[in-house]
Write a protein that binds this ligand. Structure first.
Ligand SMILES: [Zn+2]
Length: 106
């Protein structure tokens, strides 16, 4: 799978990195998922950590939706939950490179 695709369960999402900011309902977004079109849109910035955190954030929204775990999280807490989880996920993956290597062998 290339970095322009993300497979979650049986669905392959295309990943679009765009220079233009993403505007939705008069808000500027760092990223969003267009579920009907299986597409992740990311606002591309030079800040690699920010960009990766945004990617993980959108990936985690998809996992929560497809697994139906999002039902367990109050809607008004969802962004806070996904934000914190993605931040910690990136930190643990970055600090434990062996983990991704071992997962690749599975
Ligand atoms: Zn979000």
């Amino acid at each position: 799978m290339s970095r322009n695709k993300l497979k979650v369960g049986g669905i392959v999402y295309s990943v679009l990195r765009q220079k233009e900011p993403i505007i939705q309902d008069d808000s500027l977004l760092a990223g969003r998922v267009v579920y009907q079109e299986a597409r992740i849109e990311l606002h591309s910035t030079p800040d690699a950590q920010y960009s990766m955190e945004t990617f993980l954030h959108e990936k985690n929204h998809i996992i929560l939706r497809q697994s139906q775990l999002e039902r367990m999280i109050p809607a008004d807490k969802m962004e806070e939950f996904v934000e914190a989880f993605s931040h910690w996920e990136l930190m643990v993956l970055r600090d434990n490179a062996w983990l991704m290597r071992e997962i690749q062998k599975l």
